[in-house]
Design a protein around this ligand. Structure first.
Ligand SMILES: Cc1cc2nc3c(=O)[nH]c(=O)nc-3n(C[C@H](O)[C@H](O)[C@H](O)COP(=O)(O)OP(=O)(O)OC[C@H]3O[C@@H](n4cnc5c(N)ncnc54)[C@H](O)[C@@H]3O)c2cc1C
Length: 310
């Protein structure tokens, strides 16, 4: 009986990297595809919404929590078959980076230090240093309307921090991912992973956060008058994107505080939680950053993070 596995009134903050968020009315740790299917049937029967929780590293949960069922992905086994890694959606990306090293497989070095699960990474097409998970995805297994469906990479419609799974009416739950890597040199792979982690440690804050708040801005979307007014933006032309952190920093917002949260001094696209922060304060800082960037550059910042329970 799935009902027996469903807990009530579970505080969600500890399940997020931001350490912010109130309780879930109902909460289940799903270890099998069947448990997911049964849990969703249960929620449907009760006419309540559900939310799939991976590593909680790209979300902001409301202080009042989520008045529905949170399904925490606990399916977390993986196997390596030649150059393929077959991973359940709940496996942490860091585990797969270690597995790639152990098996001398190259391609995932850029993900060294990126938190979260492979399911969350595929949904948001996580990436760094010019790479993204979509380059490695061979197939994705989802639970769709109670059945299991296998999708090829080109069915996932990946683009920058986006995929078919993020579309408004898409309710697919990613349960398994097959990544295709290449045979490589173990020492080189290790060097690559260390390089990326070292860079991350230097350029990102240590305090609790949910990663980059906003997506970067496509360079080609910037209008000519803006580039004329701010010629320094042209330095990003080759990169193809204007970093949102740069825009926020240009508005002198680093270190701006609200309660226990502040815009990071190290990377302006991060908001840090220095203690018992509230989601309300985070939202206020986000609104402030959006307003300042709009007023100065005429650019609309778009959140990369997902809001839960607002
Ligand atoms: C310090 C720090 C650094 C970061 N650096 C990077 C970076 O360099 N690059 C980058 O891209 N991101 C980065 N992030 C953001 C985050 O790590 C990634 O977006 C990560 O892939 C999110 O995975 P998750 O499992 O934590 O997803 P969650 O935060 O749990 O969920 C995010 C969304 O995915 C959905 N979801 C999760 N699992 C599934 C599933 N199995 N099926 C369907 N939907 C699912 C959730 O419902 C939610 O809508 C960083 C975050 C932090 C805190």
């Amino acid at each position: 009986m799935i009902e027996k596995k469903i807990q009530r009134n579970v505080t969600l903050a500890p399940f997020t990297t931001f350490k912010i968020g109130g309780p879930a009315a109902y909460f289940i740790e799903a270890r099998t595809e069947d448990e997911i299917v049964e849990a969703l049937k249960w929620a449907k029967h009760k006419h309540i919404p559900y939310f799939i929780l991976g590593g909680g590293s790209n979300i902001l949960i409301a202080d009042k929590g989520f008045d529905g069922l949170v399904v925490k992905m606990r399916m977390n086994t993986y196997t390596v078959l030649k150059t393929n890694i077959i991973a359940d959606a709940g496996v942490f990306l860091s585990t797969l980076v270690s597995a790639s090293l152990k098996n001398s497989l190259t391609g995932l070095e850029w993900a060294g230090g990126v938190p979260g699960t492979i399911g969350g990474a595929v949904r948001g097409n996580a990436g760094a240093h010019g790479h993204s998970i979509s380059e490695l995805v061979k197939t994705v297994r989802v639970v769709r309307k109670g059945s299991v469906v296998d999708l090829e990479n080109n069915n996932c419609r990946f683009s920058y921090r986006n995929s078919v799974f993020k579309r408004k009416n898409n309710n697919d739950i990613i349960v398994r991912v097959v990544l295709k890597l290449k045979k490589g040199n173990k020492q080189e792979i290790e060097k690559g992973i260390t390089k990326h982690i070292t860079y991350r440690n230097k350029t990102q804050p240590y305090q609790a956060s949910c990663g980059c708040i906003f997506k970067n801005i496509n360079f080609s979307a910037i209008d000519k008058t803006c580039l004329k007014k701010f010629p320094e933006m042209n330095e990003f032309k080759g990169y193809g994107q204007i970093p949102s952190g740069w825009l926020i920093d240009s508005c002198s917002l680093k270190r701006t505080k609200k309660g226990k949260v502040s815009i990071s001094d190290i990377h302006a696209n991060f908001i840090e939680n220095s203690g018992s922060a509230t989601a309300h304060d985070v939202r206020e800082l986000i609104a402030r950053a959006k307003l300042c960037v709009k007023q100065k550059f005429g650019i609309d910042l778009e959140e990369e993070i997902i809001y839960v329970g607002f």
